[in-house]
Design a protein around this ligand. Structure first.
Ligand code: ATP
Ligand code: MG
Length: 564
C-alpha cells in the first residue's frame, strides 16, 4: 500500500462540528476535554429514543477522549422511584456504556437553594403568591405580552423571609412559588418570570422528607450541568426555546456556563414513545410490563432479543439531525436482522405442523450433518436426526397450487433441507376433508452433500423436523403493537389505546429439532426460512424454552403494503 492513500473521510455530524469549533476558539474551554451527560428523569423505563441520546452523549465522550455522566434529573418526587433508577442504570450498561460519574439533581438541592438566595439578593427572583390559574392568566400568550405579578415588587428582605418559610414548610402546596424576575413582555414565554420552585409536600426517593420545595427543570438542569463542568449540554429540540433561560441563569449567577445544543428527537412509526403513554400501557395492562417484548423500551427490546450492537447500529444509521422527522420502524428491524444474520445459528422449527410419512424409508433413523451458520464457520455443525415420520410446515404443501408454487404438491418433488428429495404420492384426509398426513417416497441418491445429490434438480427446499425426535415448544409470534403509522395521532373521540393491534401476539406450539430444546435463556437463533427468535428470559425453564419472535426474515409489512 502506498502511504499516499488518503485517510477515509469521516463524516461529522453537526454537533461534532460545533464542538470542534468551540474547542478551537473558546478560551473558557482551554485545557478541558468534552464533557457530556445523559440526564433521564427516573419516572419510567428508558425507550429507544433515549438510546439515541445515550449513544450520542456517550459516543461524543468516547470520540473526543472526554467524559459522560449519568445524572438523574429527580426533581419531581411524586413520579420518581428507585425501581426506575435501577432499570435506567441497567439499560445504559447493557447498551455498552459506562458513565464517568453518577449524579442526582437532588444532590444539588442545597446548592440550588443557596443560589436562589443569591438571585433574590440581586433582585432577580421573588416569591409570588399567585396560584396556578392566576399565573396562567398573567402569563399572556404568544401574541399578547404578559402582566407583571402584583408580588413582583416585594423587597429583598421580604422575599428572603418568605422563601425561608417556604422551605420550612409553613405554606400548603401550590400557595406560593419562587420566580425569576426577567421580562413579562418577552416574546419567549419561558422568560416571562418562570417559576424556579414550587411547594410540594412529597416524599422524595432519595432526600426523603427533607424538602417541601422542589426546583423546576429549567432551574435545576443548567445549574447541575454547570456544577459538573459539562461542556456541551445536549438535549432535544423542544428545549431550543428554553436555551435563553438556561443562559440567563448561568449569567445571572456568574457561574461556569456550558453550551446547550439541541438535536431532533427520535420518532418511530407504529409506536408511541412518551413515558406517560408507555406507563399507561403498563398500568392498564395492555402489555405484560415495561419489558413486554412488544414495548419500545430498552428492556422490552432486550427481552424481545435485540442485541446492544443492533441498537447502537440503529442509532448510527439514523444519525443526528437538527430537524424532526419520523424513522420507519423497518430501519430498527433491519438493524437486528443484519446483526443476527451474522451471529445467529440456524435451526429448524415447524410452527404449523403437518405429518409426512416416507413410506420407502427404513424404520431406523439416521443422523445427518447440518451446518449451524453458513455466515460463521466457527458456529460448527450438528447432528440432525432424520426418520420415516417428519413434520413439515402446513403452508409448504398445497393440494391445488398455482403454477409458480415450488414447494410440495401432489405428485411433486421438493428437497428437504440437509436431507433428501421427496415426492408426494398420497394426501390423507379426515372425514371433514382436512389434510392429516402426506405419504411420500424419498430418493436415497439425493442425499445432501453426496456425490449424486445434484443429479436430480428440484426448485424448492423446505424445512422439517423428525417427528420422533421433535420437541414441543411455545412460540410467541409478536407483531407491531399498533395498527397505524402514527398511533399518537388518534381520530376524534379516540386515543392511542384504540389503535392497539389485537393480534400483536399469537402464541403457537411448534415442533422443533432437539438442539432447540437445549437453548439457554437469552439465546438467539434463526428458525430456518422463518425468522429470528430469542429464548425468553422470564418464562423459560431448562429444557422447555419459550421462544419470542424477534423479527421475521423479511419485512412482511412491506409485502402487505405493496399488495394493497
Ligand atoms: P418522554 O418525553 O418520553 O417522557 P423525556 O424527554 O421526558 O421523555 P427524560 O428522562 O427527560 O425523558 O430524557 C432523558 C434524555 O433523553 C433527555 O436528554 C432527552 O432529551 C432524551 N430523549 C428523550 N426522548 C428522546 C427521543 N425520543 N429521542 C432522543 N432523545 C430523547
Ligand atoms: Mg424530560
Amino acid at each position: 500500500m502506498s502511504d499516499e492513500t488518503p485517510a477515509e473521510p469521516v463524516v461529522k455530524n453537526f454537533i461534532e462540528q460545533e464542538i470542534e469549533k468551540d474547542f478551537a476558539s473558546k478560551p473558557t474551554l482551554a485545557g478541558k476535554t468534552v464533557a457530556t451527560r445523559f440526564p433521564p428523569e427516573p419516572n419510567g423505563y428508558l425507550h429507544i429514543g433515549h438510546a439515541k441520546s445515550i449513544c450520542l452523549n456517550f459516543g461524543l465522550a468516547k470520540t473526543y477522549g472526554g467524559s459522560c455522566n449519568l445524572r438523574f434529573d429527580d426533581t419531581n418526587p411524586t413520579k420518581e422511584n428507585d425501581e426506575y433508577v435501577n432499570s435506567i442504570m441497567e439499560d445504559v450498561r447493557w447498551l455498552g456504556f459506562q458513565w464517568d460519574n453518577l449524579h442526582y439533581a437532588s444532590d444539588y438541592f442545597e446548592q440550588l437553594y443557596d443560589w436562589s438566595v443569591q438571585l433574590i439578593r440581586k433582585g432577580l427572583a421573588f416569591v409570588c403568591d399567585l396560584n396556578a390559574e392566576q399565573m396562567r392568566l398573567y402569563r399572556g400568550t404568544l401574541t399578547e405580552p404578559g402582566k407583571e405579578s402584583p408580588f413582583r415588587g416585594r423587597s429583598v428582605e421580604e422575599n428572603l423571609d418568605l422563601f425561608a418559610r417556604m422551605r420550612r414548610g409553613e405554606y400548603p402546596d401550590g400557595t406560593r412559588t419562587l420566580r425569576a424576575k426577567i421580562d413579562m413582555s418577552s416574546p419567549n414565554l419561558n422568560l416571562r418570570d418562570p417559576v424556579m420552585y414550587r411547594i410540594m409536600h412529597a416524599h422524595h426517593h432519595r432526600t426523603g422528607d427533607k424538602w417541601c420545595i422542589y426546583p423546576m427543570y429549567d432551574w435545576a438542569h443548567g445549574q447541575s450541568d454547570s456544577l459538573e463542568g459539562i461542556t456541551h449540554s445536549i438535549c432535544t429540540l423542544e428545549f431550543e426555546n428554553h436555551r435563553p433561560l438556561y443562559d440567563w441563569f448561568c449569567k445571572s449567577l456568574e457561574i461556569y456556563h456550558p453550551r446547550q445544543m439541541e438535536f431532533a428527537r427520535l420518532n418511530l412509526n407504529y409506536t408511541v414513545m412518551s413515558k406517560r403513554k408507555l406507563l399507561q400501557l403498563v398500568t392498564e395492562k395492555h402489555v405484560a410490563g415495561w419489558d413486554d417484548p412488544r414495548m419500545p423500551t430498552i428492556s422490552g427490546l432486550r427481552r424481545r432479543g435485540y442485541t446492544p450492537e443492533s441498537l447502537r447500529m440503529f442509532c448510527e444509521r439514523i444519525g443526528v439531525a437538527r430537524f424532526n422527522g419520523t424513522i420507519d420502524v423497518v430501519v430498527l428491524e433491519n438493524s437486528i436482522r443484519d446483526h443476527l444474520n451474522s451471529i445467529a445459528p440456524r435451526f429448524m422449527a415447524v410452527l404449523d405442523p403437518i405429518k409426512v410419512v416416507i413410506t420407502n424409508y427404513p424404520d431406523e433413523p439416521e443422523f445427518l450433518q447440518a451446518v449451524n451458520n453458513p455466515e460463521d464457520e466457527s458456529a460448527g455443525a450438528r447432528e440432525l436426526p432424520f426418520s420415516k415420520e417428519l413434520f413439515i410446515e402446513r403452508e409448504d404443501f398445497m393440494e391445488n397450487p398455482p403454477s409458480k408454487f415450488f414447494r410440495l404438491k401432489p405428485g411433486g418433488e421438493v428437497r428437504l433441507r440437509y436431507a433428501y428429495v421427496i415426492q408426494c404420492n398420497e394426501v390423507v384426509k379426515d372425514s371433514e376433508g382436512n389434510i392429516t398426513q402426506l405419504n411420500c417416497t424419498y430418493d436415497p441418491e439425493t442425499k445432501s452433500g453426496s456425490a449424486t445429490a445434484s443429479q436430480k434438480k428440484v426448485k424448492g427446499t423446505i424445512h422439517w423436523v423428525s417427528a420422533q425426535h421433535a420437541g414441543d415448544v411455545t412460540v410467541r409470534l409478536y407483531d407491531r403493537l399498533f395498527l397505524s403509522e402514527n398511533p399518537e395521532n388518534a381520530e376524534e373521540g379516540k386515543t392511542f389505546l384504540d389503535n392497539i393491534n389485537p393480534n400483536s401476539m399469537n402464541v403457537v406450539t411448534a415442533k422443533v429439532e432437539p438442539i432447540l430444546l437445549a437453548q439457554p435463556a437469552g439465546a438467539r437463533v434463526q428458525f430456518e426460512r422463518n425468522g429470528y427468535y430469542c429464548v425468553d428470559v422470564k418464562d423459560s425453564v431448562s429444557g422447555q424454552p419459550v421462544f419470542n419472535r424477534i423479527v421475521t426474515l423479511k419485512d412482511t409489512w412491506a409485502k402487505i403494503a405493496s399488495k394493497s
